[in-house]
Ligand binder design. Structure first.
Ligand code: 4AD
Ligand code: MG
Length: 462
């Protein structure tokens, strides 16, 4: 008896390794049940793949009367023979010798066989991975996580775990969740830091970049892949309060090499999804967004456009589109602008670089014009900004000037400044929002539907 998962590859491996041994055991949940004149068919799924496996139950089985009434969502253990199927729908099926009902789900099981809206499924986020669509989604999430590590591992990058609890604000945007062991003081609306756990104001990380820079300047090429927290009060379909970010950081690397890596990275991951996650991707290609496959193929077949910020502003100002937000020089690009550039104007991914220094964080390298910084954002169709990155300011004197300009106290960043005192080199990196990548890959339109238990303003159920 072999306990196995019913993925195609596992079945093939099982059958090629044995000639006579086809006695198998599978565990899983009942998707649907069908009764014919001669027998009962159970469509079983163990969660390992999209396709169900059919189990044929003969009326002579001891507990047949119970098995023939078993409800959707029930947990079963099946023992039987793996045999070529007589039906056209599947190549193999299991002729059951024994069906053990581990748990009978009541008729109130919410996932009966009909299509549910994403909004409804969000209210039962604890059960939605049992649906075809969300099962596929979260298997793709897992496969792409693996692909990310493979990509960097193949390139010799070192995987770095940066702290979740920090006392620095990398992005300087102040959108941070404070961490404290003290109770909130209603009179001041502030926590008194002196007697707090760490003795100072502490928050959840908004980016691992500053730590990653320290390690790039020691180990060369590093990357982080971990949770990130932002208390942005923007209830949009592409912002979450807790999301995952991948941040490579490279020493002896300028902005152009950084753009090259970003382009190669995105292309690698799209190719991985299309070739290694074929069956799960089919759910999204067929039922979620019929344009997703052509969008991804188009990204694969085109070189990313690279334009300076001023040119992006020019294009936007000369377009006939009515934008909600202004596109004057010095304004940050909004989603509507990003989407126009990538979807309408260039019809491919666009890397916008050299942004005005006033709208980007302190650590970005000041260009020779004194007005722009070596920033780069990668914009992709349907999502807008997928990546934000830059070359870092490696010159101590310029960095100090920028920190002063942004009102960032030097004493808190003495360790960061030290890296510019001892063996400072040009270095660059970027951050890719993992959930936004998954939205791009699957055509899913809301960030809440690509993360197991989403955290957004006012929503912390589960
Ligand atoms: O552009 P951002 O803010 O860049 C940084 O944090 C840099 N420190 C990264 C670096 O250079 N190492 O964020 C990077 C990416 C964005 O392009 C976006 O894809 C994603 O993170 N992101 C979010 N994803 C989901 N929800 C949010 N609230 C996000 N904020 C940023
Ligand atoms: Mg950004």
């Amino acid at each position: 008896m072999v306990k196995f998962k019913h993925q195609r590859s596992k079945i093939d491996a099982l059958l090629s390794s044995t000639t006579s041994q086809t006695k198998v055991m599978i565990t899983g949940w009942l998707k649907t049940r069908r009764i014919s004149k001669e027998c009962c068919f159970l469509e079983m799924n163990d969660g390992s793949c999209l396709a169900n496996i059919q189990v044929v139950v003969d009326p002579n089985l001891d507990n047949y009367s119970m098995v023939s009434k078993v409800t959707n969502g029930s947990a079963l253990v099946i023992q039987g023979d793996l045999v070529p199927s007589k039906g056209k729908e599947q190549q193999w099926e299991i002729m059951a010798h024994g069906v053990e009902v581990i748990h009978l789900a009541p008729e109130t099981y919410p996932l009966q066989k009909k299509r549910h809206t994403d909004e409804f499924l969000r209210t039962i986020a604890h059960l939605r991975p049992r649906t075809n669509k969300y099962g596929a989604m979260f298997r793709i999430r897992s496969a792409i996580s693996y692909a990310i590590h493979s990509f960097f591992n193949e390139k010799g990058f070192c995987y770095l775990h940066t702290p979740i609890i920090t006392s620095s604000d990398c992005e300087g945007a102040g959108q941070m969740f404070q961490v404290t062991t003290l109770s909130f003081d209603n009179s001041t609306h502030h926590v008194k830091n002196d007697n707090d756990f760490f003795g100072k104001t502490v928050n959840l990380t908004v980016s691992g970049q500053l730590s990653a820079e320290m390690f790039a300047l020691a180990l060369g090429d590093v990357y982080t892949f971990g949770p990130t927290f932002r208390a942005e009060n923007s209830n949009t379909r592409r912002h979450a309060a807790e999301f995952w970010m991948i941040e490579p950081e490279m020493a002896f690397c300028d902005i152009n090499e950084c753009m090259n890596l970003a382009e190669e990275f995105i292309t690698y991951l799209i190719h991985y999804a299309l070739t290694k996650c074929k069956s799960d991707m089919s759910v999204f290609i067929q039922y979620v967004d019929p344009t997703v496959e052509s969008t991804l193929n188009q990204i694969l077949s085109s070189d990313f456009e690279r334009i300076p910020y001023t040119e992006a502003i020019d294009i936007l100002n000369h377009s006939k589109e009515q934008f909600e937000y202004k596109t004057d020089y010095g304004q940050d690009l909004q989603t509507e602008h990003e989407r126009y550039l990538t979807e309408v104007h260039f019809k491919k991914p666009v890397i916008v670089y050299n942004y005005p220094e006033s709208i980007k964080p302190f650590y970005m390298r000041l260009n020779n014009d004194g007005k722009t910084v070596a920033a780069m954002d990668v914009l992709v169709p349907r999502i807008g900004e997928l990546i934000g990155g830059s070359q870092r300011e490696e010159r101590l004197d310029v960095l100090l000037q920028r920190m002063e300009k942004f009102g960032i106290p030097q004493e808190n960043y003495w360790w960061y400044l030290d890296s510019r005192r001892y063996g400072s080199v040009p270095h660059s990196g970027f951050g890719l929002g993992f959930e936004r990548l998954l939205m791009l890959l699957t055509g899913i339109n809301n960030i809440r539907d690509v993360i197991p238990f989403p955290r957004t303003p006012g929503a912390i159920e589960f």
